[in-house]
Design a protein around this ligand. Structure first.
Ligand code: ATP
Ligand code: MG
Length: 365
């Protein structure tokens, strides 16, 4: 039986509560002989700061480096609003992304049929939506230098951010998107703004070349990023995989998320480059939502985004695609049977707590 080493970083707020439910799911898979999971847990974010004054310790960074996958809950909360900038809770996640080289952020936007009638939740959703945004995560305007505010001789100030991409950075994110498209609808839309940005011109050229030379079986379409936002609202189902840079990906993935009506239910994956010898990638899986300090400790958080993130780990890091499909199906079936946590319950509908939702999914498995 294959054995995997998972590093759990529950973090702050509801993070620990939802991570408990992932543990019971992985125990279930282990008991059924799917794989052996060795788990180790560490501290990140505010809880790490409270314990040792840093957002993540060197020891925990080593464990993250050695793991087959990192499962991350959420970090932050009002308790740590005034801690020094470089040890703030979010610094733990940024350090993980940087040191593990997690350059590809995968955000599926899936609308569960059972939640499609969301009118009582005061949202409109796109029934049957299933698209995947692939966002470049370690480059672009978020990191390019110079990045500064300077005071000019006349006393005026000037702010500079630099949008910077190399061929190598674009090639590797393009390959991630094309590889994923091969396992789905065999379609990639690449979003940039080549009409006003040099980085958009290069992005377009490099993605075109990779598509032509390595992925002739996948249809490639280029779309200007602003048009892509418009198209996502107009007719989102025209897309399968969308690949874009760090900034556009930040915005487009939030647009796509709300088309599902359930930001609190969405999983995500962040992947590094495949190792030259083993082909294995460094990886981190986390819910899209944050630490939800307003409901922390109440036992009412929805664990589905965290559990769905574990399903992504099974699929993308552990080679257990069948188990991942099974888990995704169990989540969909539980929702179809009407079980709801408070955040997705309609007015007048009974809501269950975190533990009962986790237990319902295990039972469905
Ligand atoms: P961050 O800055 O970390 O993204 P945020 O303040 O933007 O955090 P969240 O922490 O995700 O946002 O919380 C936004 C709202 O959604 C809160 O009211 C929170 O209670 C709710 N929420 C978030 N995640 C969940 C969940 N898993 N279950 C139930 N409610 C949730
Ligand atoms: Mg937020």
């Amino acid at each position: 039986m294959a054995s995997f080493n998972l590093f759990l970083l529950p973090g702050d707020g509801i993070g620990p509560e939802i991570m408990v439910e992932v543990k019971s799911i992985l125990s279930w898979f282990q008991a059924r002989g799917v794989a052996t999971f060795e788990t180790e847990a560490g501290l990140v974010g505010g809880s790490a700061y409270d314990a040792h004054g840093k957002a993540i310790s060197e020891e925990d960074m080593k464990l993250a480096q050695a793991a087959d996958a990192v499962l991350f809950g959420a970090v932050g909360g009002p308790k740590w609003d005034s801690v020094p900038y470089d040890v703030r809770p979010e610094a733990g996640l940024l350090r993980l992304r940087k040191d593990l080289g997690l350059f590809a952020n995968l955000r599926p936007a899936i609308c569960y049929p059972a939640l499609a009638d969301a009118s009582s939740l005061k949202r409109e959703v796109v029934e049957g939506l299933d698209i995947l945004i692939v966002r470049e995560l370690t480059g672009g305007v978020y990191f390019g230098e110079p990045k500064e505010i300077v005071t000019l001789e006349n006393g005026e100030k000037r702010a500079v951010d630099t949008q910077l991409y190399t061929t190598h950075e674009i090639e590797r994110i393009a390959r991630v998107a094309f590889d994923l498209a091969r396992t789905r609808g065999k379609k990639v839309a690449s979003a940039e703004k080549r009409n006003v940005m040099k980085s958009g011109v290069l992005w377009n050229q490099v993605v075109t070349k990779i598509g032509k030379e390595e992925y002739s079986d996948v249809a490639l379409e280029h779309v200007l990023a602003d048009n892509c936002a418009m198209q996502l609202v107009r007719w989102p189902k025209q897309y399968d995989v969308i690949v874009c840079d760090n900034l556009f990906g930040d915005i487009l993935s939030d647009v796509a998320a709300m088309l599902t009506g359930s930001l609190g239910m969405l999983p995500s994956a962040s992947l590094g480059a495949p190792d030259a010898a083993t082909g294995k990638r460094k990886s981190l899986y986390e819910p899209v939502h944050g630490s939800a300090p307003d409901i922390a400790g109440k036992g009412i958080a929805n664990p589905i985004a965290m559990i769905g993130s574990f399903a992504m780990a099974l699929r993308y890091s552990l080679g257990l695609g069948e188990a991942a499909d099974m888990l995704d199906k169990a989540i969909a079936n539980v929702l179809a049977s009407g079980v709801r946590t408070k955040d997705i319950a309609a007015a007048g509908q009974n809501a269950v707590g975190t533990k009962d939702m986790g237990a319902a999914i295990v039972k469905e498995l």
